[in-house]
Design a protein around this ligand. Sequence first.
Ligand SMILES: [Zn+2]
Length: 473
Amino acid sequence: MSPPGRTSESGLPAEAAPDRAWLAELAWSPGFGLRANVLLEATGDRFSRVTPDAEQIPAGAVRLPGLTLPGLANAHSHAFHRALRGITQASRGTFWTWRERMYEVAQRIDPDGYLELARAVYAEMALAGVTCVGEFHYLHHGQGGVPYADPNEMGRTLMRAAAEAGLRITLLDTCYLAGGLGQDGAQLPLAGPQLRFGDGDSARWAARVEELAVGESGTLGPGAKAGAAIHSVRAVPPAQMGEVVGWSHRHGVPLHAHLSEQVAENTACLAAYGATPAAVLNEAGALGPRTSLVHATHLTRPDIRLLGESRSHACFCPTTEADLADGIGPASRLAAAGAALTLGSDSHAVIDLLEEARRVELDERLASRERGHFTAAELATAATSAGHASLGWPDAGQLTPGALADLVVVRLDSVRTAGLAPASVLESVIFGATAADIRDVIIGGREIVRDGQHQLLADVPAALQSVITAVLD
Ligand SMILES: [Zn+2]
């Protein structure tokens, strides 16, 4: 610990980035599993030392009762969908009727409203232990598709919202060019609210995102990195995909795409291109270790092999997939083939990464009528280190020296978690705890949530209430 006023080993003034120490009663990390009395020391925003079974406890170390986890990564988010939570459950319908409601909300959002909405949504995420969000961003332009004076105003708004909510963001700037594929495979033009998503063609998409000035390792600013996204085979014709893939390769940043969420997408893709969506993306060079395929629900055996052999990530969003009646994806077969699993809350029907994690296993149990496809440690890895790696932050999501100093503390004295046995506490937390059990969240050494209270936004529920009421009014 450096005394105040001294320069720390990282070269940062100690006042600006004071050294910190925490003593976790129990901690789990992909690196070392479950351990007791783990001393976590940080210099600046990174861990300098991690000592399980610590005996020498420095004075001033903050005690963390409960189970401490690394930061959680929400690998797939559309922030504005949060406004739909209150209005879409009262009606029936399909993914496609839900999408019409989503377009209505998209139509109403301007940059000022989006700053307020996204800041409150990201604060809700921080309260749920999310330390980094992958924002799959396609609401680019003004009404009718007219660009703002700064054509990246909406993207910059999302980065500002994340900074003000205290978490990191990977801005997955999304190429969205077509209104969909008809069942006969014909490509539909953008129409109505979709006009706000489009850049015309992928070259103009690339020219716009280039103005974000991507730095080394994809950095866009403090706590913000860049990524690219192909919305889906519905929205980006194959001939336009290469530009997006090439841009992500040039900058060495993540590339995400929605994949086979609905059977109708596969049918139309086969009719249009004579190949599955996974095969079309593969043909465009879009698969690989920096790639995440979101949903990956309706896959053929060769599709699973393509994702596995390319070491792509498969990002499951089980609460959204259930909400939208998408189906159950082949999570364990993808993992067995070599694809790394990650998790997202997507439409934010709920924001709870513990719920997303357990549903991967529980959905497989329902589909197979067998238990035990994923261990709790595998599910927790998806929510932590794998999720962060898929967003371009391989140095986050684990409790190890050099990693970003993120901590998520789950209380073990709530009505849901009381009575858990220490030896199986990770299993019990993954399968029985909720976001409401997350008590403290540290991001880059900063205390963002203390005792269930967000430290940067005084009243997150009130912020959500006011902005969503205004958006839906
Ligand atoms: Zn999505």
